[in-house]
Each structure stands twice: as structure tokens, then as C-alpha cells.
Design a protein around this ligand. Structure first.
Ligand code: NAP
Length: 359
């Protein structure tokens, strides 16, 4: 610890640099000893943020052993999983092993409860003993280790009716469908970039419901033949699917203009690659809104890109948290059996049972 009294935001766990908060810190103290206002967890799995996982896989030439070594080295160095290149982290699934004295009076969890963290791994003290298995397609990493949640940290008990891995996948991107519900109005045109990924599919489904029969949802991703793209098209979660590279700003603008000449009221950016800010801006109508959920978003590229093309659009940073986001995200699945079946097939590990019934 750094000598500070334990505080709800976790500043007492910051080792470097002095004065930083846990998210901005370079190094956290991940010693697995619970302080009065902390929750100590045994970690079973990490859901590495998609932009971060993609970067680590690419830097390791797709070699699973090197991905393992990179994750272990990163966490050993920083006391948290905070990818310095993408700036993003992910979240964890685990079991509560201790609740600090002060927090025990108000916390809704007890030792033994299984939870998913709803705060980023970029601010979560984490110590890993081992990486046991990696799903190279989804970024799920099964580990042995410990993590600390601060009093300010949010978490969710794992639902009884869904496999743990499915819940974790949904919680990871829960901010997106919740924000889409807030942003989209009946009759509007919505474009979702990265439409066939986790957050993209949930966003399309919510956008479709909110825009209603008079609105239109346009999904963009590279390949119309992926299972995710087929789901979107077959279930009518999109009215049009455009197979376009989101990094090609003019191609995106032209493809969107072909199906929606007036362009989009709301653009939701859910891609996991850099370089898509201008595409998002160009697909948006004057006075429209761009919601940058992607962690690959550059503030500079978005701000200067919009200025450069003279577009007066509102740009929203994708806050990972929105009130009730976990419940909204789970409801998005539960209310749509085909979507639930897709997520279960893609993200539900056969080794991961549904959580035991709540006692
Ligand atoms: P995901 O499931 O991996 O989906 C990524 C999507 O991007 C896929 O549809 C992928 O298409 C698409 N894509 C990749 N390259 C593309 C290109 N050149 N053109 C068009 N589409 C492209 O990722 P996710 O878990 O939904 O996460 C999406 C983004 O949200 C990531 O950047 C992640 O870091 C971020 N995120 C943000 C928060 C937050 O709090 N704001 C929280 C969690 C995640 P293919 O599948 O066909 O390659």
C-alpha cells in the first residue's frame, strides 16, 4: 500500500505515479489482503476487452503461448490488466473470498458469492498465478488469481438462468445496449459499425426496438456471412447489412447514403480496430449523434475529423456504465431467444456451468 488511508475510490492501492488514481496509475498494489472497504475475490476468468485482446494476439502473431506470456507479464508489471497500447482492460468473473469490515455492513455480497466485475480491469488490482486456458476467438482467459474491488466498484451477481460465460460476455459490453436505448427515438435511422460483434449485435437489437417500424437500422461489418451477420439479417435486427470496411470513410458514407440518403440520426461505433472515427462522422446527418463505444476511438481523430469536414454532430464517449446497464443487457438476450441461443453457442463454454441457484 502507499500509506494512504483506504478510500472508496482505491487511491490507497496506487504505487506509481504518486497522486494518480487507480485507472490512470501505471502500477497498482495487488497484494491479496483485504482492507476495510474492499472486496477480495478469487478470479476464475478474465474477459479481455476486444480491442486489447486483438492487439495482444496480433503482437504475438496469433501464438497462444505468447499471448499467455504477454498477459502474465502485463499483469505482473502493472498489478492490473491494463494494455498500455489500447488503454483498455476488460472484466473478471470470480468468487468473493473476503469482504472488508467496513464494507461488510452495506455490501450485497458475502464470501462464497460468484460475481462478475462491472468495472474495468484497468483499475482493478489483479494478481495472476497462472493462465490455464485461452479461447483465442472470444478473448476469454481462464486463470488462477486474485482481484480487489473497491467500495466504489460495481459488480453483478451471476444470474441463475444463463451460463456464466454468456453473462460475462454480455456484462463486458453492457453499456452499449443501455446507451442505445437512451439515444434512439422512434422513426430514426441508426447505423451500427462493427454490427456483428458482441456490443454491435446487442446495439442493433435495441436500436431496432427503439426505432420501431418507422425507423431503420443499418449494420456495417466486413463479412455478411458470419454467424453474427446472419443472425442480424435473419432475425430482422437490421433492415440493411452493408459489408464495408469501417476504416474506409468514403466507402462507408457512400454505402450508407445509398440505403439512407438523409444519413443516420444516430451512429453507434462498436468496432475493435482503430481508424473509424471519420467514417462514423460521415455516416451521420447534420445535428445527429455519434456514440463511440469502441475503445479504439481517438479523441483527436474524432474531434479534428468532424471539424475538418465541417460536420456539426454530437459525439458521445462510450461510458461503460449506465444506470441499470447490466439488467438492460441481460433483458436484451432474455427477450430474444435467437439472440440468447447465438450468445450461448458462441460465448458459453462447455466447461462453464450456469451459476448455482442463489441461496
Ligand atoms: P467484438 O465482439 O470483437 O466485435 C468487434 C466488431 O468489429 C466485429 O463486428 C468485427 O467484425 C468488427 N470489425 C472489425 N474490423 C472491422 C472493420 N475494418 N470494419 C468494420 N467492422 C470491423 O467486440 P466487442 O466486445 O463488441 O467490443 C467492441 C468495441 O467496444 C471494442 O473496441 C471494445 O474495446 C469496446 N468496448 C468498449 C467498452 C466501453 O466501456 N466503452 C466496453 C467494452 C468494450 P468481424 O467480426 O467480422 O471481424
Amino acid at each position: 500500500m502507499n500509506g494512504r488511508a483506504p478510500d472508496a475510490l482505491g487511491s490507497h492501492r496506487v504505487l506509481q505515479p504518486p497522486g494518480a488514481m487507480p485507472q490512470t496509475a501505471w502500477i497498482l498494489d495487488a497484494t491479496p489482503e483485504v482492507r476495510s472497504n474492499e472486496i477480495l475475490c478469487e478470479v476464475e476468468a478474465l474477459n479481455i476487452d476486444s480491442a486489447s485482446f486483438r492487439q495482444i494476439v496480433e503482437a504475438s502473431d496469433g501464438d497462444e503461448q505468447r499471448v499467455t506470456e504477454r498477459i502474465l507479464a502485463l499483469v505482473a508489471e502493472r498489478g492490473k490488466h491494463h494494455n498500455p497500447i489500447t488503454g483498455s482492460g476488460g472484466m473478471f468473473l470470480g468468487r468473493v473470498s473476503a469482504v472488508g469490515d467496513e464494507l461488510a455492513r452495506t455490501a450485497s455480497v458475502r464470501p462464497g458469492d460468484r460475481i462478475a466485475s462491472l468495472v474495468s480491469l484497468t483499475l482493478t488490482p489483479l494478481r495472476l498465478e497462472a493462465v490455464e486456458r485461452i479461447d483465442m476467438t472470444t478473448g476469454r482467459v481462464w486463470v488462477r488469481g486474485t482481484a480487489i474491488l473497491f467500495a466504489s466498484g460495481i459488480y453483478a451477481k451471476l444470474p441463475d438462468d444463463l451460463p456464466d460465460d454468456v453473462a460475462l460476455a454480455v456484462f463486458d459490453v453492457a453499456g452499449a445496449p443501455a446507451q442505445v436505448r437512451r439515444l434512439v427515438r422512434p422513426g430514426q435511422t441508426v447505423v451500427v459499425l462493427g454490427a456483428d460483434g458482441k456490443s454491435g449485435i446487442l446495439s442493433c437489437a435495441q436500436a431496432k426496438e427503439r426505432a420501431g417500424p418507422g425507423g431503420r437500422v443499418i449494420g456495417i461489418a466486413p463479412d455478411p456471412a458470419t454467424p453474427g451477420a446472419r443472425l442480424l439479417i435473419d432475425q430482422g435486427y437490421v433492415d440493411a447489412f452493408l459489408a464495408v470496411d469501417a476504416r474506409d470513410a468514403l466507402a462507408v458514407r457512400d454505402a450508407v447514403a445509398e440505403v439512407a440518403p438523409e444519413l443516420a440520426d444516430v451512429v453507434v461505433n462498436c468496432v475493435n480496430v482503430p481508424g473509424t472515427e471519420l467514417s462514423s462522422v460521415l455516416a451521420t446527418k447534420e445535428d445527429g449523434t455519434v456514440y463511440f463505444f469502441s475503445m479504439s476511438t481517438s479523441f483527436t481523430a474524432a474531434a479534428l475529423g468532424a471539424e475538418g469536414v465541417g460536420k456539426d454532430v454530437t459525439m458521445i464517449v462510450g461510458n461503460g456504465y449506465a444506470k441499470g446497464h447490466a439488467e438492460t443487457a441481460l433483458a436484451t438476450l432474455r427477450e430474444r431467444p435467437p439472440l440468447l441461443a447465438y450468445f450461448t453457442g458462441r460465448y458459453g463454454s462447455p466447461l462453464s456451468p450456469a451459476s448455482p441457484p442463489a441461496s
